[in-house]
Every structure is written in structure tokens, then in C-alpha cells.
Design a protein. Sequence first.
Length: 202
Amino acid sequence: MKRSTTTFFLAMVSAVAMAAQPSQQILDYIDQYKAIAVQEMIDYRIPASITMAQGIIESGAGLSELAKESNNHFGIKCHTDWTGEKVYHDDDEKGECFRKYDDVAQSYRDHSVFLSSKPRYASLFELDLDDYKGWAKGLKAAGYATNPKYADMLINMIEEYQLYELDKMTLADVKKADKKKDDEKKTGDNPQTADNKNKKDD
């Protein structure tokens, strides 16, 4: 994980804590990418809550330089097997190589492939899909991030924003929730709509 991203994220979390309310930026990020996280869970058996929490933390809810310029939402470095586009940022060392993607969905997919193809993460796939705490601790133990509090950061993010609910969802559930939200928004924007409907029902 990029140190600059971590610093940015911790500052954002501190500001949210002081305000005693959820971050709208994080809520918007969840809303925008939850369907992708659920799809990756279906295809690769990685809890959507873990994918989403990592995406939020690693990308600063989509606001980090790496996320905005390279669509890299998980801080994945090039390594020797990467043949795609590259960008360079200072991290643990100066000018380290990071992967660049055409879009965010590609970043999410590469994150799934990265975890599922590396032997050091193999034991995580033996865990239940709803064991987000086991996944969080396992990712830290396997060396995904250098921050000693990384597992706690993931768990806190998942519980603060109830991301564990994503682990129970299908894509149909996501679409249904989005439709309900859109309907409620339309009703809220047009209060007479509900009144008129009630009158018709009467």
C-alpha cells in the first residue's frame, strides 16, 4: 500500500470521526463500485466486503493520485509478471513501479487475479465468505500491506459502513437495492408523487 494513500486515508477518517457522521465520499464510492465487488466475489470467492474495504483504503475512496491517474485502486505494484502499462510513484522506496489500468473494473479484476494466483494468499480461500475478520488478518499476515494496523483498518471500515452486507448479496440484489434507492430518490424529489399515489389508492 502506498504511504501517501495511507496518510490521506487516515486524515479523511479522522475528519469523519470528528464530524461523527459517515463520509459522503466513501458512501459514493461504495455505491459506485459495489456491483463490481459482488461480481468479483461470485467469480473468485473473495468477500465483497474485503474487496470494497481494500479499494476504499488503498485508493483513498478513489481520490488518491494513483487511483485518479492510473485507475489503480488497490496499490498493486508491477512485480515481475506484469506486462501492462506502468506508472512510477514513491512508496516504500523512491520511484516504485505500479500497475496502470484502462478502467477501474480492470483494477478490481486484477486484484482478484492477484490474490487468487499468489501462493501466499492460498489459505485465505479456505475461509468462509462471511469471515471478513479472518480475511483481514490473513491479508496482513501474508504481507499485502506494511501498515501494522492494516487488518484493523479493514475490519473497522467494514463494520463502520456495514460492508459485510455485501457478502450476502447477488448481482440481482444489488440491482434491486439500486432500483429501490432510485425510486425513493424520485419520491423524495417529488413529494406530490407519493401523495397522488395515496389519493389514487383511496
